[in-house]
Design a protein around this ligand. Structure first.
Ligand code: NAD
Ligand code: UDP
Ligand code: UDP
Length: 339
């Protein structure tokens, strides 16, 4: 089979020299789709640093070469410009499937492309996983809960989603991706994992992706007013990216399929978030109210008891600790772009 053909170098270890079995753990070969993006690039850093071989598949829609350029020259790293909507042949042990624009500005830019990425892209990666016997992890989203009628949201909640709205290409796209994942598991014995990720922030986020943390930080750094949509009383919980990456790896390596909520349960209104940004970036920062967008969920907060119990995972970085790390990265990038 292709997988045993491709698996021939599994006993070679990182150095390329054949090592006696049992002496050294063979390094894993891992695909990260969307690996040039915000979350993906941090995941790639972690996998490479522990000795895995990593192939990034990315079409650079929202990802950037700069996010992974520090690995160029590493023989365990490969970057392929490829669109997951098209099939691909590779031989690996694990597939982390992240490819999909994540911020509303990006996923609404071309909704047809977004739903194709979620449906055809996920189908292709599951077909690949099936053919080579690789374990497959889907990065789904808290948006599968829609505008939730249950608070906080547990994994057992089925959601409250508009199937024909402007966010549906993303919400319903991810719901379909979850369905595909479970059908390949039940129908084709693919080993699968599903993460439902809640709002995540950190260094390497797109500067102008329109998400609230990147907007507020960039606005405060540029001495512009922070734009609060609606009355600012809607809530979100913000997870620092390193916590998410730890959770994704724990999920991939654990025994449980999921879905698992991965998020930080600390809940903030947008007005409270603006206060924290003000403290960290600039005490003289101001806010300005703007009309809210359609279908904006009023509250969102993960119930992470399942991940705590079964993955032994919980976030460690608070908003007050994580935000300064993002601010350092943003201020460098804003300075160099506006020089
Ligand atoms: P991102 O936009 O920074 O990264 C997505 C990456 O996928 C980019 O590098 C982009 O170029 C690539 N991509 C998009 N469409 C592609 C295609 N058709 N073929 C190949 N590559 C493609 O977003 P992110 O925040 O890093 O999100 C990563 C994953 O996590 C996404 O699946 C997203 O839905 C999920 N997620 C993220 C958050 C969050 O708060 N960041 C929350 C929930 C879920
Ligand atoms: N696929 C892929 N790489 C592979 C195997 C499959 O991209 O190594 C794609 C394939 O082109 C198809 C999808 O994954 O579009 C689903 O594959 P599967 O074998 O499940 O379905 P089928 O090809 O039988 O429709
Ligand atoms: N938001 C805001 N100001 C901004 C951008 C977003 O007040 O400049 C609000 C938005 O209305 C929403 C919340 O912040 O209620 C989170 O929005 P984001 O787009 O970051 O993520 P999502 O809606 O996907 O959770």
């Amino acid at each position: 089979s292709f997988s045993s053909f491709g698996g021939g170098d599994a006993a070679l270890g990182g150095s390329g020299k054949r090592v006696p079995v049992g002496l050294k753990k063979p390094s894993k070969r891992v695909v990260v789709t969307g690996g040039a993006g915000f979350v993906g690039s941090h995941l790639v850093d972690k996998l490479l640093s522990r000795g895995d071989s990593v192939i990034v598949i990315d079409n650079f829609f929202t990802g950037r070469k700069e996010n992974v350029v520090h690995h160029f020259g590493n023989p365990r790293f490969e970057l392929i410009r490829h669109d997951v909507v098209e099939p691909i042949l590779l031989e690996v042990d694990e597939i982390y499937h992240l490819a999909c624009p994540a911020s509303p500005v990006h996923y609404k830019y071309n909704p047809i492309k977004t739903i194709k990425t979620n449906v055809m892209g996920t189908l292709n990666m599951l077909g690949l996983a099936k053919r080579i016997g690789a374990r497959f992890l889907l990065t789904s989203t808290s948006e599968v809960y829609g505008d939730p009628l249950e608070h906080p949201q547990k994994e057992t909640y089925w959601g409250h989603v508009n199937p024909i709205g402007v966010r549906s290409c993303y919400d319903e796209g991810k719901r379909t991706a979850e369905t595909l994942t479970m059908d390949y598991h039940r129908g084709a014995e693919v080993e699968v994992r599903i993460a439902r990720i809640f709002n995540t922030y950190g260094p390497r986020m797109c500067l102008d992706d329109g998400r609230v943390v990147s907007n507020f930080v960039a606005q405060a750094l540029r001495k512009e007013p922070m734009t609060v949509y609606g009355d600012g009383k809607q809530t979100r919980s913000f997870q620092f990216v390193s916590d998410l990456v730890d959770g994704l790896v724990a999920l991939m390596e654990g025994e449980h399929i999921g879905p698992f909520n991965l998020g930080n349960p600390g809940e903030f209104t947008m007005l409270e978030l603006a206060e924290v940004v003000k403290e960290v970036v600039d005490p003289s920062a101001t806010i300005e109210f703007r009309p809210n967008t359609a279908d904006d969920p009023h509250m969102r907060k993960p119930d992470i008891s399942k991940a705590k119990e079964l993955l032994n995972w919980e976030p460690k970085v608070t908003l007050h600790e994580g935000l300064p790390l993002m601010v350092t990265d943003f201020s460098k990038r804003i300075l160099s772009a506006e020089k």
